[in-house]
Design a protein around this ligand. Sequence first.
Ligand code: PAF
Length: 281
Amino acid sequence: MDIVSDPAVMQRAALEARRLGRRIALVPTMGNLHEGHLALIREARRRADLLAVSIFVNPTQFGPNEDLGRYPRTPEADLAACRREGVDWVFTPSAESMYGIQAAVWVEVEGLGKKLCGRSRPIHFRGVATVVLKLFNVCQPHVAVFGWKDAQQFLLLRRMVEGLNVPVEMVGVETVREPDGLALSSRNRYLAPEERKQAVELSRALREAQAAAESGRATTGAELVEIVRKRIERVASARIDYVEAVSMRDLEPIGAIEPGATLLALAAFFGTTRLIDNARL
Ligand code: PAF
């Protein structure tokens, strides 16, 4: 396994591999790898000859009052996990080498980036789209793998790829959950024990709404939202940021549920920890 921190070195190696006809997969991460990331890595491993995992806590996707400083960094454990999974390249750039003098060049996916999480995190998706396009240019993947846990991120990046004719196949992998249903996230470790217990209600609320849709008891987006809100509002330590039922095409709120194209998404705070989760219907 090669650990590469210089973008120019990484790009040269990737271009050379391409010249030799090798197929490259990329899993972009911010490190602190957990089973959710490992599911992405395993999916990517199956899809290519060479597998790159990037580990970069991208400063441009954090707002001024967000958790950039305390975001968990576990480089040794991450490298050990990558080794175990048969990763070929771990790309670990510094912020200076990624942005240097170019920080004023941004990729903005208008519309999608300002909805749902974009409302309370106004610069977040501009930072995500910019860094992912840069990672694509550096690592030259044929295929890139992301988690449906960050559904808005995945839909927005897919739109970026379509809109800018980026020749990368985009693959989404289902959310990996704790046995009680809580979606895995690096931010779960911020939760106090009581908050952790109560956070399980997010996935239970989504499941209840999903079951109501499947049985025909809920037929509209508003009914789905009502089911989820009611359940989370009963949780003492939770403060809802948003609950929305939207179309996966444009992230606009839906009237009637559109089977196969509906995203029920939420964000809620437990203390200062903001968690997200979603269900696709
Ligand atoms: O999902 C993440 O971990 C990040 O947003 C990503 C895609 C690695 C970009 O920094």
